[in-house]
Design a protein around this ligand. Structure first.
Ligand code: SF4
Ligand code: SF4
Ligand code: SF4
Length: 333
């Protein structure tokens, strides 16, 4: 996409407005679909080099993975940047090249395998608090990052209770606009296979697990009401524990386990895992995205717009003075 300064200013203004409009609605919006992840059934694809769900996600999304321009420059005020491009083979953590992984945790000698990816929250702080309006919540219930609008400031990761989105530097709009002063890349995460589910198909990871385990698959994907009913029934009839229905104000990903999630949370804490599973998570939209925050955000964005406009005008003036000077010199010769 070729972006002129004028286009960028228009984009920035509309992003400011959209993020304010989005932010003004703190109501949870349940989407069309939901997923059950039954960890009592997951063995981490024992014996296989890469868990099938992970492999399927990487294969399906590979054309969308970042190809950074090198050498990558650091940007103010940081002296480092996040570059995963030389570690794109990593499959045991979330990266811009790996949007789902199977977390392993040992509890009383029993190994648990927990597929981890975006929870697709009902009221996602990542969507509400992105200053550039780069994230949207889709009618299907998924939250989606627009890589053409994302500056990589990582606000979405800061406000995500699970720190899901991952940043790759050296790609994205910041390189064209403010390579040294804004953002620093693009954020990447699971978008619930947005194009597939819009067509009425199941996500790639869900299909891959079903192909291996059939009826006993770890994932069950479908219409939200039906999925919630199935999960509640399993809680009641099989005595399983539920995670995801209330955390962060509710999500569309429901984990089922025969071990209480308080114990899983503690085990992940003890292991100092990068990705945790806190049981008590309040929705930060309600606690942090208050009217004062909105005013501060608006004034911050307006200052940024003002600063850029000012810089452009000054540059144009300097150019005008230079041209005038040149003309005078030519005349005097
Ligand atoms: S494909 Fe299914 S069984 Fe294999 S790791 Fe993924 S969720 Fe677990
Ligand atoms: S899990 Fe994190 S990244 Fe995913 S929708 Fe919720 S807040 Fe956003
Ligand atoms: S839903 Fe799609 S994008 Fe998300 S983890 Fe599964 S395969 Fe990857």
């Amino acid at each position: 996409m070729y972006l002129t300064r004028r286009n960028f200013l228009a984009l920035l203004s509309s992003a400011a407005c959209s993020s304010l409009i989005i932010g003004s609605d703190a109501e949870a919006v349940a989407g069309k679909y939901a997923t059950i992840i039954d960890i009592t059934r997951c063995d981490g694809c024992k014996g296989e080099a890469i868990p099938r769900c992970v492999k399927a996600c990487r294969e399906y999304n590979k054309d969308r993975f970042p190809e950074p321009k090198k050498p990558i420059q650091p940007y103010w005020p940081r002296s480092t940047f996040e570059d995963w491009s030389d570690k794109r083979d990593l499959v045991d953590t979330l990266t811009p090249y790996n949007w789902i992984f199977v977390q392993k945790v040992n509890i009383d000698g029993k190994e648990l395998n927990i597929p981890r990816r975006c929870m697709h929250c009902d009221n996602p702080p990542c969507v509400r608090q992105c200053p550039f309006g780069a994230l949207t919540k889709q009618p299907e219930g998924n939250s989606v990052i627009n890589d053409k609008l994302c500056f990589g400031g990582a606000k979405c990761r800061d406000v995500c209770p699970w720190q899901i989105p991952q940043r790759q530097a050296g790609v994205g709009i910041y390189l064209k606009i403010l390579p040294k002063y804004a953002g620093g890349g693009v954020m990447y995460k699971c978008d619930l296979c947005k194009d597939k589910i819009r067509r009425g198909e199941e996500p790639a990871c869900v299909i891959a697990c079903k192909e291996r385990l059939g009826e006993k698959a770890v994932f069950t994907f479908g219409e939200r009401n039906r999925i919630f009913e199935i999960a509640q029934r399993k809680v009641k009839e099989e005595g399983l524990y539920l995670y995801g229905s209330s955390q962060n104000g509710g999500t569309s990903t429901l984990y089922l386990s025969n071990i209480p999630f308080e114990i899983i949370e503690k085990a992940l804490e003890v292991n100092k895992e990068r990705f945790k599973m806190a049981v008590n998570i309040e929705n930060k939209i309600i606690t942090t995205f208050n009217p004062i925050g909105k005013v501060l955000l608006l004034s911050g964005l307006l200052s940024l717009i003002g600063g850029i406009v000012g810089a452009i005008i000054t540059k144009k003036r300097e150019k005008g003075v230079l041209n005038e000077k040149k003309d005078k010199e030519t005349q005097s010769c």
